[in-house]
Design a protein around this ligand. Structure first.
Ligand code: FE2
Length: 211
């Protein structure tokens, strides 16, 4: 982070307090924006400005993101229903030369490079309703997945619903794909924006699971 430590600490306290107040207030308005998809998790933009964006991500049981960075943004993650697991990774100290490679022909894909650096596991956080996790690029990478054991039960959602705050908004994300030995750069997308379905449902579906 390039920001002065004191300034970053003040923002950190303010964001965590605001999130905590929202969760403890028992607000349910987010339910109008939340919807799930059988094929993959989906992102719903709640609101954004030049400095910050807020979104819901809905995870059915078994759904997970790929390992990704956060485009030099601050990333706060909390849970509104169920639970998620955050799997942290680092790429160690070894700088690796990377070469352009064939990028997958999917909406939002900007570029791809190879090889994929070695991903070293760096801990697992269980994020439940009311707890807040934080990451930025200087801390490493992460993948997020539905904590199946924390979801379900009578009257519960069909999976987990998490709330994400990114400052500034993430316009480019790097997805680490060790199975294909590449790193893909994509523009993130959404299934819905402020409650309105994106027009091209096929593209929106693919773009909404970019992180
Ligand atoms: Fe993330």
């Amino acid at each position: 982070m390039r920001q002065p430590a004191k300034s970053a600490a003040r923002v950190d306290v303010a964001v965590r307090a605001a999130v905590q107040a929202y969760v403890q207030g028992g607000h349910q308005d987010w339910r109008e924006l939340a919807s799930f998809c059988d094929q993959h998790y989906v992102r719903h933009l709640v609101d954004e400005s030049a400095n910050v964006e807020m979104m819901l991500i809905c995870w059915k049981k078994g759904q997970a993101s790929r390992v990704h960075n956060h485009g030099s943004s601050h990333c706060y993650l909390t849970v509104l229903s169920g639970g998620v697991e955050e799997l942290r990774f680092t790429t160690g100290d070894t700088p690796l030369e990377s070469e352009p490679t064939l990028a997958p022909r999917l909406p939002g894909v900007i570029a791809a490079t190879s090889p994929c650096p070695l991903l070293l596991p760096d801990g697992v956080n269980h994020v439940c309703v009311g707890t807040t996790a934080y990451i930025n690029d200087s801390m490493g990478l992460h993948a997020v997945r539905c904590d199946d054991a924390a979801c379900g039960g009578p009257g519960a959602e069909e999976g987990a619903v998490s709330l994400h705050i990114y400052a500034p908004p993430i316009r480019r994300v790097r997805l680490y794909e060790p199975e294909a030995d590449r790193v893909v750069t994509r523009a993130p997308g959404f299934r819905t924006i402020r409650g309105v379905e994106e027009e091209d449902q096929m593209d929106a579906s693919l773009l909404s699971s970019t992180l």
